[in-house]
Ligand binder design. Structure first.
Ligand SMILES: Nc1nc2c(c(=O)[nH]1)N[C@H]1C(S)=C(S)[C@@H](COP(=O)(O)OP(=O)(O)OC[C@H]3O[C@@H](n4cnc5c(N)ncnc54)[C@H](O)[C@@H]3O)O[C@H]1N2
Ligand code: MOO
Length: 391
């Protein structure tokens, strides 16, 4: 058996490098940009008004101004203003030639077509958004390695970019093993349980941006499982299996993977839950065989599959704990295994939840992270800092 740190370091070394792909903007959310992105245009691409009001050419001596025209957002042609003239204008509308300042309407006294206002509150250029104020044409708007979030999508769209080079998610196949599994929505016969690992893996993958998941359910029968493994490996970059990896007479996963040519990277880790985790490699394909107990699947995904997938997709530091926070209550146990405990963070303190057994999912109704108790630790006092890993 190897330690958690050894397992993570082996996996980190064998996780394939990210591949760049050009995707439409709407598919790029949550992904990492692979190149510096330059703006093809200046934004704004024309001087325009920041307010609803009146466009004028600033003149310390002038009063009143004559309103001679109107310009709204989207207008392309307009009157050229002469000295002493004003144009009614609306937010986003182009500044007419001859004008350089916008006075918001609530500051203006209007009498027929004449306007006056208190000049002491404005200067030349007030309320005008100048061409290129956000971005000059050719300027870098997003750096290589940036995470594309909804704000970044807005920035890219604002300069007219519809496609972007990103590290695209891998194709993932999932095989759920077990004779005892029943689909949701159907009644349970004696001895059956609902398949919760399938929905867990599907939804966890989706939250990481992996949309294409080929999912297969296989009974605990060596030939059927072998077919499922070979089919899945033919189509996917990453294969995740649930169950059948322990030492029972019906645990055929390890033999099946070996038969398919998969080379073992490690099997069994000094941890709870998820001790019998298996990770293998076939060429550049990674294979995770997650121990079937529901809490083991979720924990192993959080600790091994997720960081490896994120590394594959170009994220940095995906293996680090997401925080180090004070423990709310003291903790005592026998050393020898790393524990990943379901926990909830309240008032910036880590509360370890009850129901930590690997068959028991109840704590996941409240948990927002896993707290890590290191292999050699026997006791932790309240207030001592503990590594946590959020979802
Ligand atoms: N003699 C030993 N027995 C076991 C050991 C051991 O070291 N020696 N390790 C235990 C540990 S720890 C784990 S974890 C499990 C892992 O077993 P498998 O990976 O072979 O998983 P299964 O036996 O198929 O299932 C285990 C458990 O989980 C339930 N299960 C399976 N699939 C699903 C699913 N899709 N949704 C919900 N629940 C699922 C299954 O019914 C079992 O109760 O082995 C221990 N045994
Ligand atoms: O390692 Mo198992 O996941 O404790 O039940």
């Amino acid at each position: 058996m190897i330690s958690v740190n050894q397992a993570k370091s082996i996996l980190q070394k064998h996780t394939p490098s990210a591949k760049s792909n050009i995707l439409p903007l709407e598919k790029a959310i949550g992904l990492i940009c692979t190149k510096d992105i330059h703006s093809p245009i200046a934004v704004p691409s024309f001087d325009n008004s920041a307010m609803d009001g009146y466009a004028i050419s600033w003149d310390d001596q002038q009063e009143p101004w004559q309103v001679v025209s109107e310009v709204a957002a989207g207008d392309g042609e307009f009157h050229v203003l002469q000295k002493g003239q004003a144009s009614r204008i609306f937010t986003g509308a182009p500044i007419p030639k001859g004008a350089d300042t916008v006075i918001p309407q609530e500051w203006v006294e209007r009498d027929g077509n004449q306007i006056t206002f208190d000049k002491s509150s404005f200067t030349r250029g007030s309320n005008v958004r100048l061409k290129g104020a956000q971005t000059e044409a050719g300027g870098i708007i997003l750096k290589k390695g940036a995470l594309i979030n909804p704000g970044g999508i807005g920035l890219l769209a604002s300069v007219g970019i519809a496609e972007i080079p990103v590290y695209s998610p891998p194709k993932v196949a999932v095989i759920i093993t077990g004779n005892e599994l029943q689909e949701l929505g159907k009644p349970l016969s004696f001895g059956q349980i609902y398949n919760s690992n399938g929905p867990v893996l599907q939804s966890y993958l989706n939250t990481l941006g992996v949309e294409e998941v080929q999912s297969t359910q296989a009974i605990d029968e060596p030939h059927e499982l072998q077919k499922a493994i070979e089919n899945s490996l033919a189509n996917a970059d990453i294969l995740i299996l649930s169950g059948g990896i322990s030492v029972g007479d019906y645990d055929y996963v390890k033999t099946g993977l070996t038969k398919a040519g998969v080379e073992e990277l490690f099997y069994k880790i000094k941890q709870r839950p998820g001790k019998p985790l298996y990770v293998g490699i076939l060429g550049e394909k990674l294979i995770f065989a997650l121990p079937g107990n529901p809490a083991s699947v979720i924990t192993c995904f959080n600790q091994y599959v997720k960081p490896s997938l994120l590394q594959y997709m170009g994220h940095k530091n995906s293996w680090q704990p997401t925080a180090k926070l004070p423990l709310a209550e003291p903790l005592k146990r026998k050393a020898g295994l790393t524990f990943f405990l379901k926990a909830k963070i309240e008032n910036n303190q880590v509360h370890i939840l009850t129901g930590q057994e690997s068959f028991n999912l109840i704590s996941f109704g409240a948990a927002d992270c896993f707290a890590e108790v290191a292999e050699e630790t026997e006791e932790m006092a309240a207030g001592s800092l503990i590594n946590v890993y959020h979802w």
